[in-house]
Design a protein around this ligand. Structure first.
Ligand code: HEM
Length: 64
């Protein structure tokens, strides 16, 4: 999963995260995805509340 997220999948819409993310951040994404099956809707809403602001900041950084 780390490799796919880092490099993307050729000829599909799956983008490589390498240009915009450090390896450490990609490992965090792997951890996040692996935890999703045990994540409830309530957990997810709580995360949005806690991290929403920082992820908006990250999105702005990526589009600069
Ligand atoms: C946190 C964001 C993302 C993660 C963790 C992620 C992860 C993955 C993984 C692990 C696969 C491979 C699935 C498999 O073959 O077993 C995949 C495939 C794919 N992803 Fe993403 N992805 C993300 C974002 C995106 C985005 C933003 C797009 C497009 C806008 C996208 C489009 C695709 C497509 C089209 C495939 C299928 C490739 C194929 O046909 O084999 N992904 N993604």
């Amino acid at each position: 999963m780390f490799w796919i997220i880092k490099n993307g999948v050729k000829m599909t819409g799956m983008p490589a995260f390498q240009p915009t993310h450090q390896d450490e951040q990609i490992w965090d994404i792997v951890g996040f995805v692996r935890r999703l099956p045990q994540t409830s809707a309530e957990d997810f809403k709580a995360m949005e509340k806690q991290f929403g602001e920082s992820s908006e900041r990250e999105q702005r950084l990526h589009h600069e």
